[in-house]
Design a protein around this ligand. Structure first.
Ligand code: 5AD
Ligand code: SF4
Length: 484
């Protein structure tokens, strides 16, 4: 049988590229036929969700989203600068379409690259008319008016000290089943390698009441899965001081109609036992924690300014592992941080063995503008970083191969995400965030967004395969619940 063994989930900074909003969502909104825009998003789920809100703002301003650059009057790129490759992509894209300026098309750069490069973008790509960092999205409507008035140098770059979050009346949600909700924006951690505190500004949380109101609204619209987002989602501090992060998780999990709640990304420093207790006590909270460790060596963690040691990280892993139901753990890892010795790298490998992660997103260290790590000596050559990354990936592949075998023969509930017609397989996701490719008995096709119980018949490092259980035939089998 041909199988698809896709990577089980995307790191919070890795989404399938590029991600485009379908115009379909926007039908029925009042718009001016001449005001069209095309938006392409690079980067993390946070960026994807920012784009959903940007689309909402533009549509409220009378714009209509189109799916090609050719049809658009305004072309926007929502960018990512977490590693240098992402940044390069945006400039390539801008260079590709430069000649279209002659047709009167306008270009705008949004997001992290916009914030990081600022007005320098106008020099490098003079056809760009708008540069706007994510902390300034609240001012987008005004900026659009300026563009329409013919201003060819519109900027939104000065808002990183803001206390306000970007809330929109209308959010154009891309995925009809899983809805993202930002609960905290920005980051105050300043890890030595990371641009995020410079591009997204200081940490600011939304009130738990406004988060819950949005969750209820989404449940009313038929969403059954909610993903709470933040660069450091568990540093959440309710401005109204009503709920802790763990209490907010529970409250979202108790919203009628919500079947699954996920949250990403957690910082180990702020990861308390109360989060594990919330998961244990609330069946709708998914059995998965993404807890980026970055390195297995305490000396490197200190140089990275991660604010925890290897042992403190392992202590948190211990809490997660002692939960009443099995919680899957995934992580991010950086190899080749300046000065990382061979023996420190070995400690990263032993950490992989000790924890037994279900997924690792490994990255070669990439020097980023403004970050403190730029001042460190002992750069590791790119070839050596690549070797270390390959070793991490190979070791982790073996671990996942072994871990996934444990699911053989087990019944697992999945949410149906789609179908791979070529393979005749449906694609589902388990609560632990694994991909399950499965077949169904003839004529019993499940609806995307419904929940199906699948018996696992095969396992691979990045996915499982199985066969759907027919409702009513399996022991205690679940019905194929369609969305409302
Ligand atoms: N170089 C390499 N990886 C990085 N990450 C963040 N900044 C860098 C950098 N400068 C990785 C971290 C983080 C993930 C989202 O991206 O592992 O957890
Ligand atoms: Fe970057 Fe560290 Fe903040 Fe995560 S916690 S966004 S890695 S500075």
């Amino acid at each position: 049988m041909i199988v698809l063994d896709a990577k089980i989930l995307h790191s919070d900074h890795e989404i399938p590229q590029p991600w485009r909003m379908p115009a379909l969502y926007l039908m029925g909104m009042a718009s001016d036929a001449n005001k069209t825009f095309y938006l392409e998003t690079f980067g993390c789920q946070m960026n994807v969700h920012d784009s959903e809100k940007v689309v909402g703002t533009l549509v409220s301003e009378g714009y209509r989203q189109v799916s090609t650059v050719k049809e658009a009057g305004l072309i926007l790129y929502n960018t990512c600068s977490i590693r240098d490759k992402a940044e390069q992509k945006v400039f390539h894209r801008l260079a590709d379409y430069r000649k279209l300026q002659a047709q009167g098309k306008r270009f705008g750069v949004l997001g992290c690259v916009a914030q990081q490069e600022g007005e320098k973008i106008f020099e490098r790509a003079p056809h760009v008319a708008m540069v706007c960092g994510s902390a300034s999205y609240r001012n987008l409507a005004e900026m659009l008016v300026q563009i329409e008035a013919g201003n060819s140098r519109v900027t939104g770059l000065d808002d990183r000290q803001t206390d306000k979050c970007f809330e929109t009346e209308f959010t154009s949600r891309l995925n009809p089943h899983r809805g993202y909700i930002t609960i905290i924006e920005g980051c105050d951690k300043f890890c030595a390698y990371c641009v995020v505190p410079f591009t997204r500004g200081k940490e600011r949380s939304r009130t738990s009441e406004s988060v819950l109101a949005e969750a209820r609204q989404m449940a009313d619209l038929g969403y059954t899965e909610i993903q709470l987002l933040g660069q450091n989602v568990n540093s959440y501090a309710d401005p109204s001081e009503i709920r802790t992060f763990a209490e907010l998780l529970t409250a979202v999990g108790e919203v009628p109609g919500i079947k699954r709640v996920r949250f990403t990304t957690s910082h180990p420093r702020d990861f308390g036992r109360d989060i594990v207790e919330a998961i244990e006590g609330t069946p709708t909270l998914c059995d998965h924690v993404h807890l980026p460790v970055q390195s297995g060596a305490t000396r490197v963690l200190e140089a990275m300014q991660r604010l925890y040691t290897r042992d403190e990280y392992l202590e948190r892993i211990g809490w997660i592992k002692s939960a009443k139901r099995e919680i899957s753990i995934t992580t991010d890892m950086i190899v080749g941080f300046p000065g990382e010795t061979e023996s420190e790298f070995e400690q990263t490998l032993t950490l992989l063995d000790e924890v037994g992660f279900d997924g690792v997103f490994g990255f070669k260290y990439s020097p980023r503008p403004n970050t403190p790590a730029l001042r460190l000596n002992d750069a590791i050559p790119d070839g050596e970083k690549a070797r270390r990354l390959a070793v991490v990936n190979e070791r982790q592949r073996e671990i996942q191969q072994r871990r996934n075998q444990r699911w053989l023969g087990q019944r697992i509930e999945v949410m149906v995400e789609g179908k791979n017609d070529a393979r005749g397989q449906w694609i589902g996701r388990t609560s632990q965030n694994r991909v399950m490719n499965f077949t169904v008995p003839d004529g019993r096709d499940p609806a995307p967004g419904s929940y199906v119980t699948v018996v696992t018949t095969g396992s691979f490092p990045n996915s499982l395969i199985g066969q759907a259980e027919i409702p009513g035939e399996g022991e205690g089998s679940l019905s194929w619940t369609a969305r409302k």
